[in-house]
Design a protein around this ligand. Sequence first.
Ligand code: PEP
Length: 252
Amino acid sequence: MRRKIVAGNWKMNGSKDLSEKLVGSIRFEAESLDNGVEIVIIPPAIYIGDVLKQAQGALSVGVQNVGQWQSGAYTGEISSDMAKDAGCRYVLVGHSERRQLFGETDELVAAKVSSVLFSGLVVIVCVGETLEERESGQAESAVSSQVRTGLSLVAQGEWQNVVVAYEPVWAIGTGKTATSDDAQTMHAAIRSVLKDMGAPADEISLLYGGSVKADNAAALFAEPDIDGGLIGGASLVAKDFVSICRYFPAGT
Ligand code: PEP
């Protein structure tokens, strides 16, 4: 059975105060959830300690990015070993903002994935096409090539720590969401690429991200190949984020 995950990516938002209040409320609300969803909070790295304190083991915690090295003279970077040491279970790699604003390539994504898996953490690898690629009929080939290169260094025994998040770039923070049909089609295509790569594709959780809100989560999560969501804006409001988690069908 695949892991069901709803992860909240705070991006460069938040504060010590918000980390305490927001995570405290999410933990409180999440206590009444009985649909088996794993909730992951991904704050700016500097607030990991505050978030872990509030999460009290009931919520998982992750970082938004790591360097591809384990340690050394890389001013400003943190490593996946450090994320693990701090108490994180997840690492986000290859978010479209990292790709677009910081020039991260698929090859760099592959190196970071390797480093996260070496540390024994779970990597959430983000892939997704631009609007231009979708409009020119290249969406599937663009995503497929991101998956093939980004996951090219994963060893056979490491796939259980790999999660893929499909996030069409045109849907992130724009209020536009892929239809549940389109998202399902892409998720099925990603699963078939993973199968072709020799991965245990049916066991790998695939998340959808891109303007997921309480009013579209139910339709997306009902699709057979969508195993959860990566949530940006709505993860900063406890009530909205927990409503999204609630829309996961029980017993799936
Ligand atoms: C994201 O940051 O990964 C994201 C999906 O953002 P939003 O939900 O705001 O579109």
